[in-house]
Design a binder for this molecule. Structure first.
Ligand code: NIG
Ligand code: FE
Length: 413
């Protein structure tokens, strides 16, 4: 199946060379071709260029994209979209003055979701989760990382990871799985954090590795959750089974989690709302991608990641949603991009780079997705008619997506 898109007003994020990610000043550059064509064959991008050079080859379908743009689909490198039930009660409690921390301390928060997850069957969990997968695809996401971490028991963590695997088998979106057993200490291990971590290390991690249920390992490195020493313990245990770190750090307190991640060659360090100068310094020259989650800052009314300062210091940055029932009940990458521009002062070019090529890198998928490059998956956003790509972040709360193609096929749920 060959499809030719022609008269594309602007083909955005075209990359010819092999590129892992962009950092610092490079993030301001977003290569495009105006009045372009794009040829895809089956699931891959095979050719693109200016309409002046549009080939007259045989195709199965020609799509006239006059007035519309084409971008690679969004790469959402941090989500928790496999979960049971919602937590709008806690949302109301926060409106009425309780803090996220106070809610967690009374047994709500992550433990509230863990309780719901323990009660639900694997089938029902799959059905709830696939609704969210369909939702994010309709919103232009073509690759997503999904974490466990609401099970907090052997059986329930495996249940979450098996649901992720099933979603991966059944949907055209690229999915990467992360084991986040160390998300919170479960009620059964109250006062015995060490025992819980040992159970993860001795029992759960070997099972996950044996069933090949995760590529990445995560831990919530935060005051009141897991320390830097706990983080190193878990990352070391994961490393023995080839699980690469992608970790939650510096959400409420900067306690050295960034440095622990770098020490263990983390693919990404995520959240970073609280960044000390030494954390920014530590990331320089590493292969660890900093990931900002502006929808989480928005929803919890906590500080935004100091992205401007980080990019100006020469760092790369990826943007992701953090879609989860507690801190970010939204998987809308279009909103993430707008919020990054409005609240974190990223330019549209920086935000689009952060949400595509850099997000792909933060999932180890930079060879497959994240740019319009020959040989990559034909994962495309065809926009509505718009004047410029800056209109995408500008029109916050809406999206400018007319059609989404994953692996060369138009998808609409
Ligand atoms: O990334 N911070 C840790 N974990 C999630 C939220 C967990 C929850 O409240 O359910 C996050 O924000
Ligand atoms: Fe998260």
């Amino acid at each position: 199946m060959r499809i030719l898109f022609k008269n594309i007003k602007e083909l955005v994020q075209v990359r010819t060379a092999n590129l892992s990610f962009v950092s610092g000043k490079e993030m301001k550059e977003l290569p495009t071709i105006k009045n372009a064509y794009l040829l895809i064959e089956n699931d891959r991008i095979v050719d693109f260029g200016s309409m002046d050079d549009c080939p007259l080859t045989q195709t199965d379908e020609i799509i006239d994209a006059t007035g519309k743009m084409i971008l690679p689909t969004w790469c959402d490198s941090h989500t928790h979209i496999v979960y049971a039930g919602n937590r709008e009660g806690e949302f109301v409690d926060r409106i009425n003055g309780m803090s996220y921390e106070e809610i967690a301390n009374r047994g709500g928060g992550i433990l509230n979701s863990a309780k719901k997850l323990n009660e639900i069957s694997e089938e029902a969990l799959y059905l709830e989760s696939e609704v969210r997968v369909k939702e994010v695809i309709n919103l232009g996401t073509g690759a997503v990382e999904i974490k466990s971490g609401y099970g907090l028991t052997v059986a329930s963590e495996l249940k979450m990871l098996r649901v992720i695997k099933k979603l991966k088998d059944n949907y055209p979106i690229e999915i990467k799985a992360t084991f986040l057993g160390a998300h919170a200490v479960p009620a059964d291990f109250k006062g015995n954090k060490e025992g819980y971590l040992q159970m993860l290390i001795d029992e759960l991690i070997p099972k996950i590795a044996a069933e090949n249920l995760a590529e990445y390992i995560d831990i919530f490195c935060e005051t009141g959750y897991f320390s830097v020493a706990d983080t190193e313990l878990i990352l070391e245990a994961g490393k023995k089974y080839g699980l690469v770190p992608k970790i939650h750090v510096n959400q409420f307190n900067a306690i050295g989690g960034v440095q622990a991640g770098i020490k263990f060659n983390a693919l990404s360090v995520d959240h970073l709302e609280e960044m000390r100068d030494e954390d920014i310094e530590a990331l320089k020259g590493t292969k660890t991608m900093p990931v900002a989650l502006p929808s989480c800052s928005y929803f919890l009314s906590i500080p935004y990641t100091p992205a401007r300062k980080m990019i100006d210091a020469g760092l790369p940055l990826a943007l992701a949603t953090d879609y989860n029932p507690g801190s970010t009940p939204s998987g809308n990458m279009n909103f993430v991009i707008s919020t990054a521009c409005i609240k974190m002062k990223l330019t549209p070019e920086e935000a689009i780079n952060a949400a595509t090529i850099n997000g792909a890198y933060a999932m180890g998928l930079e060879k497959e997705v994240g740019s319009i490059t020959i040989g990559k998956q034909a994962n495309l956003i065809l926009t509505k008619p718009i004047n410029s790509y800056a209109f995408i972040p500008y029109s916050f709360g809406c999206n400018q997506i007319e059609k989404v193609y994953l692996k060369g096929i138009e998808i609409k749920y």
